[in-house]
Design a protein around this ligand. Structure first.
Ligand SMILES: NC(=O)c1ccc[n+]([C@@H]2O[C@H](COP(=O)([O-])OP(=O)(O)OC[C@H]3O[C@@H](n4cnc5c(N)ncnc54)[C@H](OP(=O)(O)O)[C@@H]3O)[C@@H](O)[C@H]2O)c1
Length: 265
């Protein structure tokens, strides 16, 4: 059978129009701060209508106003609240063609042998199960549209151990996202639904605040990061925009590392 050329974007494939998202509805979790907020702004800047999801509704309301999007307050540790997100977005903005799962947290700083069971369960629920549930929820809308892009935000801890910062369940949850990504990509490719993951190294945000706050932490980061600059949220936005737009239309099932060279050593 000849390869289908249906739905191929017009143009020469060079950057530009391929990165536009006009007319598409996007859901971005973890958008009340850090990487998620930066991604929401970038997708809106590329023309998408963006639903921003997190618990802190005051922050979401401010961002939604700024980007003419929709604020959706939800605690993604609560299954009923996870399941309510996509139906609400579909009712108010239309069926999502883009999902970025950026919400995540660390629930224990204990060494693996001492991590409490409830911290392990919460880590997996927020960082892995919620992205899976949300992917299931957007599937029908993406299949109906004949296209879709899901991008998960994992971490280099899903790929390498980080000496000095114990985070076993967090690492397991983030590695799980890469496995989920490959499997969904293969199952859903026939519908032109692409599933990828961006794995950040260390970036300044609320989650890493304490690390950047001390001279010791900063020295450790500098020693372990080949590129000389601190990572900031905007440094991983380009990878997400590439993956969710037509510019990345032949990329699926991948985990793209954005880490200043940390894992290249
Ligand atoms: N910064 C880094 O160095 C780094 C490195 C590797 C991976 N990551 C990953 O990048 C993603 C974004 O992190 P960040 O650095 O931007 O940290 P952040 O500023 O702390 O953002 C975390 C986001 O997740 C949301 N969130 C947390 N718990 C939630 C819950 N129960 N329900 C709904 N939303 C929840 C937070 O919103 P609310 O508190 O308002 O709910 C916030 O918007 C995370 O998945 C993180 O694991 C970050």
């Amino acid at each position: 059978m000849a390869a289908s050329t249906e739905q191929r974007p017009a143009g020469d494939g060079l950057p530009g129009a391929g990165f536009r998202l006009d007319g598409r509805v996007a859901v971005v979790t973890g958008a009340s701060s850090g990487l998620g907020a930066a991604v929401a702004r970038a997708l809106a800047g590329a023309g998408a209508r963006v639903a921003v999801v997190a618990r802190r509704e005051d922050r979401l309301a401010t961002l939604a106003k700024e980007i003419d999007g929709l604020a959706v307050g939800a605690d993604l540790l609560v299954p009923e609240q996870v399941d309510a997100v996509v139906p609400r977005v579909a009712a108010e903005l239309g069926g999502p063609e883009i999902l970025v799962n950026a919400a995540g947290n660390v629930f224990s700083e204990d060494r693996a042998e001492d991590e409490p069971a409830d911290a392990v369960a919460s880590t997996l629920a927020l960082n892995l199960v919620a992205p899976f549930r949300l992917s299931q929820q957007v599937f029908g809308h993406m299949r109906a549209a004949g296209r879709g892009a899901i991008t998960n935000v994992s971490s280099i801890s899903g790929r390498v151990g980080i000496p000095g910062i114990p985070q076993a369940s967090y690492a397991a949850s983030k590695a799980g996202l890469s496995g989920l990504t490959a499997e969904l990509a293969v199952q859903w490719a026939r519908h032109r639904i692409r599933v990828n993951t961006v794995a950040p190294g260390f970036f300044r945000s609320e989650i890493t605040e304490s690390l950047y706050a001390t001279e010791r932490g900063q020295t450790w980061l500098r020693r372990n990061t080949p590129l000389p600059d601190d990572g900031i949220a905007q440094d991983m936005v380009g990878a997400v925009l590439w993956l969710v737009s037509d510019a990345g239309r032949y990329v699926t099932g991948q985990t793209i590392v954005v880490d200043g060279g940390w894992t290249a050593r």
